[in-house]
Design a protein around this ligand. Structure first.
Ligand code: PGA
Length: 261
């Protein structure tokens, strides 16, 4: 890490902390360590872990360390952040399949401790209500790991989303659909997602929003410097007191660092 760990120097009125890492590996190592520390302090933590390319290395490091150091995740509960509507949970590319491959299988998590969205539901309202109830019953989310979307979405809270939403179904942005296709190995139709709402994101006791690579540099600049609002949901995280935005140097490259002490 090489820039002031406190973004408050140059993000006016922000509570969120910005941490910039030299590279993707050190970023991922730190986030894996943060997740493990939380679970060591609170073995029955409620975790909501994003899917996508960004956290893959974090999860590989996490599960390798958990095996080596015998870190016990067996009492943790796992909440799904989002899912593609119309996509079966077993299909490679679905959020569910990702989490099973990268987290649940390596950590041997009991199915009783996993609550994910089912993208094939016919009654989406009921699916959303069940998710909201599961989160409430678990006492809320202790830690959410969110990847920052190229369009500023968090989960599938796309630009323009209602900020007072809990779980809901949403029409996906063209850019989300385009990057979504890259996760699938067979042809699929993507148009809607089911997601936790910004109310869940903002109510998470701890929140790590992560991004890496040059392709995220524009959105990370906007996340830090633009007026907060639902036009870019990631900007709203700046008022979350337990939020850390953790990015690598490539993703941070366009941030105006004029005010850094
Ligand atoms: P990515 O996706 O991690 O694959 O870049 C992040 C997102 O769009 O939420």
């Amino acid at each position: 890490m090489y820039i002031s760990p406190h973004a408050n120097n140059y993000v006016q009125n922000a509570i969120m902390e910005l941490k910039v890492f030299a590279d993707y590996t050190s970023l991922s190592e730190t986030i894996a360590r943060d997740i493990i520390s939380l679970v060591q302090q609170k073995p029955d933590a409620v975790l909501c872990l994003a899917t996508g390319d960004t956290p893959k290395l974090t999860y590989s490091i996490l599960t390798a360390r958990a095996a080596k150091e015998k870190i016990d995740f067996s009492a943790c509960k796992f909440i799904g952040l989002d899912e593609w509507m119309g996509i079966p949970s077993f299909l490679e590319g679905s959020c569910s399949q990702f989490l099973h491959q990268y987290i649940f299988k390596p950590l041997r998590i009991s199915p009783a401790h996993i609550h994910l969205f089912n993208g094939l539901v016919t009654d989406a309202k009921q699916e959303c209500e069940q998710m909201d109830a599961f989160i409430n019953a678990g006492g809320g989310i202790d830690l959410m790991i969110a990847g920052v979307g190229i369009n500023g979405h968090i989960g599938f809270n796309e630009p323009g989303v209602a900020l007072d939403n809990y779980s809901h179904v949403i029409d996906l942005d063209a850019s989300t659909i385009e990057s979504g296709y890259t996760y699938f190995t067979q042809p699929v139709n993507l148009s809607q997602g089911i997601t936790l709402g910004m109310q869940h994101v903002m109510a998470s006791k701890s929140l790590i929003a992560m991004a890496n690579g040059q392709k995220k540099s524009q959105i990370i600049k906007a996340a830090i410097e633009e007026e907060p609002g639902n036009h870019l949901p990631v900007t709203v995280l700046r008022s979350h007191p337990g939020c850390k935005m953790m990015v690598d140097a490539e993703a941070a490259a366009l941030i105006n660092k004029a005010g850094i002490s």
